[in-house]
Write a protein that binds this ligand. Structure first.
Ligand SMILES: NC(=O)c1ccc[n+]([C@@H]2O[C@H](COP(=O)([O-])OP(=O)(O)OC[C@H]3O[C@@H](n4cnc5c(N)ncnc54)[C@H](O)[C@@H]3O)[C@@H](O)[C@H]2O)c1
Ligand SMILES: [Zn+2]
Length: 494
């Protein structure tokens, strides 16, 4: 059996259909990660001393695919772990797929058909002569990409943003923790008690919010000191969002910052909390002390979610729904089709990959939340209000977000032209997943008081993220007080 290659020893493969922008993105990513760059098509042309269009015409597709598989095998065998732009058809080859799994991590740049055609059509591309054939091929190849991908990113964004998203190395695949070790230095493994029976650890922490405290942080600092960790070592945090938040902050501060890897084990963690480098503990208020400290990688094993209690799954689903409303496209189609039962393994993995890919992109464009990143707060204005008015712990964060989403969408119909059918569909999805749409019994005044902190920051007005349509958020919309009162009143009605 081949030894498992570590994160640092793996090639990164950028795959996708024609027009996805693989070459530009892989090149930019290679520069960011200071790795060699390989364009597999150019490599094939170099070895054959012929252009791909000519090879296709002279030898036929099958012979070309064999050349492609051989070239992929050569590049994947290299010791200097390049970033490889992989030709659109390579994933059809079973041997190549097996090699990729063993030696690489694969990102799929998912391009929609219209964009693909407008970018790809033209001379020199053997498969773009016929539009109907192009469309068919686009459809046929999707399942292969979905099955081989460890990450999915929307190819519609700029190449710089996509490279920035991929540079965060957010990978989702079963067994992925095996590859966390390696590189120079030691890896100190800190594991949430909820998964400690399945994951090897150097230190086990009780999961949940209580650990996100000054005392929890001090315990971690002392453990890292006792273990004799140095700047060249690494911390691996395996657990829910609470564990990755506090361990991330310990890593950010210990020896003025040591590297860390996040391995989230809840749905909230895999789609949200572990991505983007925000770390925190709660002192006088939730998340009021923290630091931006980006992990070297975020490794999510979908199998670890198998033990997640249904209520924790639903809370995570609320954040997925939020992300789907922001992203639109295939993620929205996936989410709206999900019933309350756990999805199949493949849909669950695709859900996590698409949500994580969307957050990675947003973070790449705005790492410090000076603008765009604020869209991730859709549903969180009223959500935070009810979460804090109920008393932290009374409602799960995701449950509060569910209530806040309904409020934000109601406002969106009044101020952003959102169609009422979206509000109805989202409301039904939430109910179907056992999520609340209101928190009966809370005093509206208490919710409004808790929202005042956000309001203060925005110069005395309530500013909301609203939705014009699925996939089209608008930021910084000023909402008049009477409308805020109205949706808050609705949010606490039975
Ligand atoms: N940093 C960020 O950008 C960010 C974003 C969103 C949320 N957060 C933070 O994340 C925290 C919430 O995270 P969460 O929803 O993961 O909750 P959590 O970390 O509190 O975990 C919930 C419970 O599930 C347990 N658990 C963890 N993995 C499990 C598994 N595989 N099977 C069974 N039980 C498991 C935990 O031990 C805990 O008891 C909050 O503190 C929130 O502030 C941070
Ligand atoms: Zn949230």
């Amino acid at each position: 059996l081949a030894p498992t290659l570590t994160l640092a020893d793996r090639a990164i493969v950028v795959a996708g259909f024609m027009g996805a922008g693989k070459t530009t993105v892989a090149n930019a990513l290679a520069r960011r990660l200071r790795r060699p760059f390989v364009d597999l098509d150019r490599e094939i042309e170099r070895v054959a001393s012929a252009r791909i269009a000519d090879l296709f015409a002279q030898e036929g597709e099958e012979r070309f695919r064999r050349r492609e598989a051989a070239a992929a095998a050569d590049e994947l065998a290299r010791a200097d772990r390049p970033v490889i732009a992989l030709g659109g058809g390579s994933l059809g080859d079973e041997t190549t797929r097996a090699l990729l799994r063993e030696r690489a991590l694969v990102a799929w740049l998912d391009v929609d058909l219209t964009t693909a055609w407008s970018r790809a059509a033209g001379p020199g591309r053997p498969l773009t002569a016929d539009r109907a054939q192009f469309d068919r091929l686009w459809g046929e190849r999707r399942a292969g990409y979905a099955a081989a991908a460890d990450a999915i990113v929307d190819a519609g964004a700029s190449a710089t943003s996509i490279a920035g998203a991929l540079a965060q190395q957010v990978w989702t695949r079963s067994g992925v923790l095996e590859i966390a070790a390696g590189g120079d230095g030691r890896v100190f493994r800190i594991v949430d008690a909820a998964v400690a029976d399945r994951v090897a650890s150097d230190l086990v922490l009780d999961g949940g919010e209580a650990g996100k405290s000054p005392a929890g942080l001090e315990q971690l600092w002392r453990a890292l000191a006792d273990a004799g960790l140095e700047r060249s070592d690494r911390v691996l945090a395996v657990g829910g969002g609470a564990v990755t938040d506090v361990v991330g902050l310990a890593a950010a501060t210990f020896r003025r910052g040591i590297a860390w890897i996040a391995a989230p084990t809840t749905l909230v963690g895999q789609v949200d909390a572990a991505i983007g480098g925000k770390t925190a503990i709660d002192v006088a208020a939730k998340n009021d002390v923290g630091a931006f400290w980006t992990p070297q990688a975020v490794l999510s094993d979908p199998e670890l979610l198998a033990t997640l209690p249904p209520a924790e799954w639903s809370a995570g689903f609320a954040e997925c729904l939020k992300t789907a409303l922001l992203a639109g496209g295939p993620l929205w189609e996936l989410v709206r089709g999900m019933g309350p039962d756990r999805p199949s393994d493949s849909s669950q993995a695709e859900l996590v990959r698409r949500c994580a890919g969307f957050k990675s992109l947003v973070v790449a464009e705005d790492p410090r939340e000076s603008g765009l990143r604020a869209i991730l707060n859709l549903g969180h204005t009223v959500g935070h209000g009810v979460e804090s008015a109920a008393g932290y712990g009374a409602l799960r964060h995701g449950e509060a977000v569910a209530i806040g989403l309904v409020a934000a969408l109601r406002l969106s119909t009044k101020l952003a032209g959102l169609d009422q059918t979206v509000v109805d569909e989202v409301s039904e999805l939430l109910a179907g997943h056992g999520l609340p749409r209101s928190a009966p019994g809370l005093a509206p005044a208490a919710v409004l008081a808790a929202m005042r902190h956000d309001k203060k920051r925005a110069a005395g007005t309530h500013r909301f993220v609203l939705l014009e349509s699925i996939g089209k958020p608008v930021r910084e919309v000023e909402v008049p007080d009477d409308l805020v009162d109205e949706v808050v009143a609705a949010a606490v009605r039975a």
